[in-house]
Design a protein around this ligand. Structure first.
Ligand code: AMP
Length: 598
């Protein structure tokens, strides 16, 4: 396999000597060397008898102490007003929810689903469910009836907490197809529930005290997160209570959380980031977590950052690109001086975006990598570590990452039961992780074989292609299924997309490989233009020329089409496989996580 060219973006050097808040991870090699999961577990409180419960670590242990009066959450409502919830209040509210579950006869290990926007009830239900030892499964409220039904069915949901409108539009007509769904709790029934539903406020009004929290074991199931595969039905990734050990470590090292932080994770809990880092990690560290109940809007977001004096902000590349579209001058109209650390996850973060952070906020954006199955951040750029724009950074303490070599068919190469690792720098292969970290998924619900196939030759295979440079920084190349082979060159769509993104006319871009008789595949780009630019033949030629100049003719797109709506998942990832299926007239596969209207 050919080595890939290094990036032309200069390294962003870090100097931590004068920082008012010294980073938790000041010395990467030393922290890695000293780290152990056993030691990390000791930073948590635990329950008697070796039991562990995420909700206890996140809420109750803080509620009892000085931290009790601190805001755990600050919900920014649609009209901008703030609904705070202290650790003590959250402890009380989650107790009541746990007690209601017990009153309803919900057993340990049974699944409680939510279909809600980012309202307090969702967060209380998540933590209350775990307190009771039941399993929480959040769904995007924007899902249509079919993905909702499919997930409730696959996950054998016993309880659903939702609103009247969502219930009527997305669940009521399918109730007969969901025999395991015993209770539907409406948060807005207002004394008049729909048939076969429960008025949550009335039912919870006089529940008895919960008493001691459920004594869950570290390996007991706590969370279920559905994720879409390239083919087949959605997969329910199982996470256990011990995952909190990884949320604690990664919150400290990758997000640099300090006790006084005001932290904002913009992700919806329907995506694993919104649970691991929108609920668990910040609360475990006892910080105040901001939640925006409304949708993205540049002015609104800047106002929240300024008014709430957010110190640590965890967001996503799509949002950053949208803010870039609105222009750095917008950011400068707000007092964002409280911001100390910005991180991003979920899809490749273009080098241009990393650097734009410096222009707009005076801070670079720290990319990090993980996925539903890993439960927590695995590879990251740290507050203290030089950034190589375009790189995902280096593995977390406690995490061993490697590049596994692949054969001509894209299969991992295994000798005597051990996967063959790529040892040369800058050569791509499949990104792999050594199993055994606490937040690793413990299965795909009821799909043992699909789970087993993820582990090959002693490694968990992530399905992503990456390369590692000589200094141990990892670089994303693409999803294994997205990579393009053209005239013998392995081409990562991300490289091509990043290059086109540097053109002033380009707002967003998705790149795929399309079959070609001579080259095997050629690169094709779908481009969304920024406002003020018109699609034309001459602009098309200009863009292809622009990319060719940067990437060389072998890698640059041969074909380019303008579009006004790239298909994306709800978490903002461009669905290249869908672009490809549409271009080639192939079946579109599972599209349940597709953003509506696309
Ligand atoms: P999900 O399970 O929905 O969170 O998606 C996980 C996938 O998103 C990964 O396997 C990657 O393909 C992609 N992803 C997540 N973070 C990054 C990142 N920092 N850079 C590139 N791709 C990423």
């Amino acid at each position: 396999m050919k080595a890939l060219a290094p990036t032309h973006w200069p390294t962003i050097a870090k100097d931590i000597s004068g920082l008012a808040v010294p980073p938790n991870l000041a010395d990467y090699p030393a922290t890695r060397e000293a780290f152990s999961w056993a030691e990390e577990r000791r930073t948590l409180t635990g329950l008697p008898g070796g039991h562990v419960n995420i909700a206890y670590e996140a809420v109750d242990r803080h509620a009892a102490g000085d931290q009790g009066h601190r805001d755990a959450f600050r919900f920014v409502q649609a009209d901008g007003s703030i609904h705070p919830l202290t650790y003590a209040q959250l402890s009380h509210e989650t107790d009541r929810f746990a007690s209601l579950l017990r009153t309803l006869g919900v057993q340990r290990g049974e699944r409680v689903f939510s279909l809600l926007g980012r309202v307090p009830e969702l967060y209380i239900a998540a933590l209350g469910t775990m307190k009771h030892g039941a399993v929480f499964c959040p769904l995007f409220s924007a899902f249509g009836p079919e993905p909702v039904r499919q997930r409730l069915d696959l996950g054998s949901g016993a309880v659903l907490i939702t609103t009247r409108a969502l219930y009527k539009r997305k669940v009521a007509r399918q109730r007969d197809d969901l025999p395991s769904l015993r209770h539907v709790l409406l948060i807005d029934a207002d004394g008049d529930p729909e048939p076969d539903t429960v008025d949550l406020a009335a039912a919870i009004a006089d529940v008895p005290d919960y008493g001691p929290i459920a004594e869950t074991g570290p390996e007991d199931m706590a969370l279920l997160h559905f994720t879409s595969g390239t083919t087949g039905r959605p997969k329910g990734a199982i996470h256990v209570h011990d995952a909190v050990t990884a949320h604690s470590a990664t919150g400290r090292y990758a997000l640099d959380l300090h006790p006084d932080d005001i932290y904002w994770c913009t992700a919806d809990p329907g995506w694993v980031t919104g649970t691991s880092y929108g609920i668990i990690a910040p609360l475990v560290h006892g910080v105040t977590a901001v939640v925006d109940e409304d949708e993205f809007d540049p002015e609104r977001w800047y106002r929240i950052l300024a008014d709430q004096k957010v110190t640590v902000w965890y967001t996503a590349p799509t949002a950053i690109r949208m803010l870039m579209k609105a222009g750095a001058e917008r950011a400068k109209q707000y007092d964002l001086s409280s911001l100390r650390f910005i991180a991003s996850v979920g899809e490749p973060l273009n080098p241009e975006a990393v650097v734009w952070g410096e222009e707009a906020f005076g801070l670079p954006i720290h990319d990090n990598w993980w996925q539903t199955e890993t439960g927590g951040i695995m590879i990251a750029n740290y507050a203290s570590m030089d950034i190589r724009p375009g790189s995902m950074g280096r593995p977390l303490p406690g995490i061993e990452a490697a590049i596994v070599a692949r054969d001509a068919d894209g299969e991992p190469i295994v000798h005597d039961g051990e996967a063959q690792l790529v040892t040369d720098p800058d050569v791509s292969g499949e990104l792999a992780l050594r199993p055994g970290w606490p937040s690793m998924f413990r299965g795909y619900l009821n799909e043992e074989e699909r789970y087993r196939k993820c582990f090959v030759g002693g490694w968990y295979l992530t399905g992503d292609l990456a390369r590692r440079d000589a200094d141990g920084y990892f670089w994303f190349v693409g999803r294994a299924g997205d990579v393009i082979k053209s005239s013998g060159h392995l081409i990562g769509p991300f490289e091509v997309e990043s290059s086109l993104m540097e053109h002033p006319a380009v707002a967003e871009v998705g790149v795929i490989g399309v079959p070609d008789e001579v080259a095997g595949e050629v690169v094709m780009a779908f481009v969304e233009l920024k406002p003020g630019f018109e699609a034309s033949e001459s602009l098309k030629r200009e863009l292809i020329g622009f990319a060719r100049k940067r990437l060389g003719a072998a890698v640059a797109p041969r074909e380019l089409e303008f579009t006004t709506a790239l298909p994306k998942t709800r978490s903002g990832k461009i669905l290249r496989r869908l672009l490809k299926a549409r271009e080639l007239g192939l079946p579109e596969g599972d599209t349940s996580t597709l953003e509506s209207g696309r």
